[in-house]
Design a protein. Structure first.
Length: 136
């Protein structure tokens, strides 16, 4: 685990689908060829983008219950720190369609929205600011 990581990722591995890895020409939303049955096959020497990535679940965000790994809800939550005096932005990326409307996902989004700007990125749609659409 990295110093900012509070929860053990495996067996989630959804970032292995979600992330774009330029070093090996892997596009986003395609399973990484380095992913094996027990996680990353090159964990000790993994690519820079993989080393630097940490989702809000793995970071231990209190808004996301431990039992709701990204792999279980098919949604990845990422934090972009705001500049001094600004609120943080939470990116909510739906990895597979039709998961953003689930009650447990909506509860997490609402909890983040209390203190952060939240941008929703649904599959097959344009991203939008949470609260600016009738269905959010």
């Amino acid at each position: 685990m990295t110093p900012t990581q509070k929860r053990e990722c495996y067996p989630c591995s959804l970032c292995c689908l979600y992330l774009k890895v330029p070093e090996i020409g892997k596009p986003a939303y395609i399973w990484c060829p380095q992913l094996g049955p027990k996680g990353c096959k090159i964990h000790e020497t993994k690519h820079q983008v993989c080393k630097e990535f940490i989702c809000e679940w793995a970071a231990g965000a209190e808004e996301i219950p431990e039992e709701l790994r990204p792999f279980d809800i098919n949604v990845v939550f990422l934090r972009l720190k705001g500049r001094k005096g600004e609120t943080d932005t939470i990116f909510v990326d739906e990895v597979y369609p039709n998961h953003l409307g689930e009650d447990k996902v909506q509860e997490i989004i609402q909890a983040f929205a209390e203190y952060n700007k939240v941008i929703i990125n649904p599959v097959f749609e344009e991203p939008y600011l949470y609260g600016e659409r009738e269905d959010s």
